[in-house]
Design a protein around this ligand. Structure first.
Ligand code: CTP
Length: 236
């Protein structure tokens, strides 16, 4: 079914009326979860919907940026006119980021990277209670921290925006992540039952070396623009 004329008109107005405040800027966005295979039918992942990252990618493109979106599996359509790189695992996401980051002006790491992956992905379906590869004893190893790895390589003219999903001590944890991951700013949000993951609205807190700036709850599309406005302030 085609969208109505009204919907199309609204869309065109939104796309063209927007000020091209990011023209000539190269923006890298990570989004969605990563999935880490246990065996051919099972995996470890998380509840990330990818909505925030996709909204940021769309907003940056609307503002005239050249956008690369590196995304785990989500059910949102790929934004038009954006270079989309589909990945599954944290290791694949890291490799794609290593390739894209050197030419990026601003990188925003909104993906919910799985912290752990099975040490060995079995090539056959594991059986319950089997003696050799018991489903009850999956050995996990830690995934690399993509933001920290890329943050450590940040050049003087590059801006790195990290995210933090917290259930407790939101500010203190975000401040620790800011330093540890060498980000310019951390976009922190409270997660838990009915908060942030999968929802359409979100409130965040910008935490940098000097200040803490809280936003009210707003639709993720609007929040994407607020996040980009903040990111632009760090460009030198
Ligand atoms: N991140 C990443 N690679 C990982 C884990 C996290 O790049 N292996 C990034 C996320 O994309 C986000 C930020 O680091 O920008 C913080 O992620 P979060 O899940 O809040 O924190 P963790 O570092 O995983 O710490 P913890 O689970 O202890 O809160």
């Amino acid at each position: 079914k085609l969208p109505s004329e009204d919907v199309l008109l609204q869309y065109i107005l939104k796309e063209t009326a927007c000020e091209k405040t990011m023209k000539g800027k190269r923006v890298l966005v990570t989004a969605g979860p990563t999935v880490e295979a246990i065996d051919p039918v099972r995996y470890i992942s998380n509840r990330s919907s990818g909505k925030t990252g996709y909204a940021i990618a769309r907003a940056a493109r609307r503002r005239g940026a050249d956008v690369t979106l590196i995304t785990g599996p989500v059910s949102i359509p790929a934004p038009s006119d954006v270079h989309v790189v589909h990945v599954n695992t944290a290791l694949e996401m890291l490799q794609a980021c290593e390739e894209a980051f050197p030419s990026a002006d601003i990188a925003l790491f909104s993906a919910a990277v799985a912290d752990m992956r099975p040490a060995h992905a079995a090539d056959h379906k594991l059986k319950k209670g089997a003696a050799d590869a018991d489903l009850g004893t999956i050995t996990l190893v830690e995934n690399p921290d993509i933001l920290a790895t890329i943050g450590a390589k940040k050049g003087p003219h590059q801006v790195v925006v990290g995210f933090a999903a917290e259930t407790d001590n939101v500010i203190a944890n975000a401040q620790a992540k800011l330093v540890k991951k060498n980000a310019d700013v951390i976009v922190a949000n409270r997660v838990g039952e009915g908060l942030a993951f999968g929802t359409d609205d979100n409130a965040v807190c910008f935490v940098d070396a000097d200040e803490i700036d809280e936003t009210p709850s707003m639709p993720k599309d609007k929040l994407a623009d607020v996040i980009l406005d903040h990111a632009l302030e760090y460009l030198r």
